[in-house]
Design a protein around this ligand. Structure first.
Ligand code: ATP
Length: 246
């Protein structure tokens, strides 16, 4: 197995708050890695550091052996793309134009508008948005906006895709469709994926391995079944109520 990402003793402080504390793990090429943890556990901050949006206060993140720069455009050129928990497309621009922004500024760095357009037409077809291509992004439903967010990330030609709660707020059939879509794009684009998802059952279903964060620290990592049966995880995260509900 080839190591794709190495997170080495990474800490991030915001003033007096330590959002992520001394977290280390490796990720392998082709893996789907779940990030699990209660609200405020540090998941999004860790994502932001891997995607170059936020610099670690200490520690190191290596992607294919290279330090990830604390600049999202440069991280994108290395081949890392993320989606955001709160989806904010440019509302006045069309769905196609929103996607083209990614193609023009991502790792592929398409300089040519027509080429960017062709790439995005293909990607929007893949994510099931070709019928809405010329509509304003503001007209999309939440499920549509989440698909556009995935399309925008894909248009940068990533090798590592960070998905931040792309399933939150979707109904059961939309979740199933989105899961099928994620698996399809993973295979077609040879992606490795890190996913944050609050619905445990879904995270368990999707992930090859799960890293559990608790109050900024790594509590454990393991296969979904190892994580799901670990007493520390049950105590810290699942709680009695959730265990019964799962
Ligand atoms: N920019 C910031 N400035 C100050 N504090 C921050 C900032 N970003 C995150 N924090 C704090 O760091 C901690 C971890 O937050 P983070 O958003 O990474 O957690 P999370 O696990 O993603 O939570 P959620 O599931 O609610 O999204 C929280 O206490 C949060 O308030």
């Amino acid at each position: 197995m080839t190591t794709l990402l190495q997170v080495r003793q990474v800490t991030r402080r915001f003033g007096g708050i330590t959002a992520v504390s001394d977290v280390s793990f490796d990720m392998f090429q082709g893996e789907v890695l779940g990030l699990m943890g209660a609200n405020g556990a540090g998941k999004t901050t860790l994502f932001s550091m891997i995607a170059g949006n936020v610099a670690p206060s200490s520690g190191q993140i290596l992607f294919e052996g290279k330090a990830v720069p604390a600049r999202p455009d440069q991280a994108s050129r290395l081949g890392i793309a993320r989606t955001f928990q709160i989806v904010r497309p440019f509302p006045g621009m069309t769905v196609l134009e929103n996607c083209m922004v990614g193609a023009l500024y991502g790792s592929g760095r398409e300089r040519d508008l027509n080429q960017a357009r062709r790439i995005c037409e293909g990607i929007l077809e893949e994510v099931g948005l070709s019928a809405q291509m010329f509509k304003a992004a503001a007209t999309l439903t939440l499920a549509g906006r989440k698909r556009l967010e995935i399309a925008r990330a894909l248009s940068t030609h990533p090798r590592l895709l960070l998905l931040d709660e792309v399933l939150a707020g979707l109904n059961a059939s939309e979740v199933d469709e989105a899961l099928a879509l994620i698996e399809e794009i993973r295979q077609r684009h040879s992606l490795s994926i890190i996913i944050i998802e609050h619905v445990m059952k879904v995270l368990m279903r999707m992930s090859h391995r799960i890293v559990v964060l608790h109050e900024g620290k790594k509590l454990m990592e393991g296969t979904p079944s190892q994580v799901g049966s670990d007493p520390r995880v049950i105590k810290a995260y699942l709680g009695e109520k959730n265990v019964r509900a799962a």
